[in-house]
Design a protein around this ligand. Structure first.
Ligand SMILES: [Zn+2]
Length: 235
């Protein structure tokens, strides 16, 4: 299915017929807007294809920031209601402590690898989007503290690959969050899905014990840039 926006086009699933062979899909559901949109598109695709492939959610939870578990659970519940025809499986959680900046990535990868090794998933879907282009980033204070691995890297990445025998699909590799926002509006996801997504990665002291976004971290600034509002619709 092709999704077009003034911010880029995503040719979802169709170019990769191999995706039809997998019976246990794993979706990295962080609780943010991007991975939620991947889930939405997967559900539409499986519905269209009359596929009974199982959809499993995978959520990593940093013990000092436990609230994304609640977001992820709510989002999963919403999709069960929206797509009663889809064969939803498990929601796998991984709880970890973080001592170094790289720990999050490493814990997530280790958890995903365990699920692959145990045969619980056979392909992993990821919602990572691209960083804004340099000009946009400079204009909106999005260069500072960005994740450099999300830069577009001159298009040398493949949205679908099987490196090291690990099937992996990252459909938004080359579109930024403005594409995501456009899809939320187009598919009427602003009223039900958007309010339960959370992007802020700050801790208790900067979020009034997780009751509001910090409005300072990179992910807060990116969401404001793309959607015109922060988590929960705050201005
Ligand atoms: Zn924040």
């Amino acid at each position: 299915m092709i999704y077009e926006s003034e911010y880029g086009t995503v040719d979802f699933w169709d170019p990769y017929p191999r995706l039809n062979e997998f019976k246990k899909i794993g979706i990295n559901l962080s609780g943010g807007a991007d991975s939620s949109l991947v889930t939405f598109m997967v559900c539409r695709e499986l519905t269209e294809r009359k596929s009974n492939a199982q959809v499993n959610f995978i959520t990593g939870v940093h013990n000092a920031r436990p609230t994304n578990e609640w977001n992820a659970r709510e989002i999963a519940e919403l999709f069960r209601e929206m797509f009663p025809n889809i064969n939803f499986g498990e929601h796998y959680f991984d709880y970890y402590d973080k001592n170094h900046e790289k720990d999050k990535v490493n814990h997530h990868a280790a958890h995903e690898n365990r699920l692959r090794d145990e045969g619980k998933i056979d392909v992993l879907f990821h919602g990572r989007t691209a960083n804004p282009d340099k000009e946009e980033a400079e204009a909106h204070n999005l260069l500072y503290k960005r994740e450099e691995r999300r830069d577009k890297h001159g298009n040398d990445r493949e949205p679908y690959h099987e490196h090291h025998g690990k099937p992996f699909y990252c459909p938004f590799e080359f579109v930024d969050k403005r594409f995501v926002a456009d899809m939320y509006h187009r598919f009427n996801l602003m009223d039900d899905l958007f309010p339960i997504t959370a992007s802020c990665v700050e801790y208790a002291e900067k979020t009034d014990y997780f009751t509001k976004p910090c409005k300072e971290c990179w992910w807060c600034r990116e969401k404001k840039w793309a959607f015109g509002m922060y988590d929960g619709g705050l201005q």
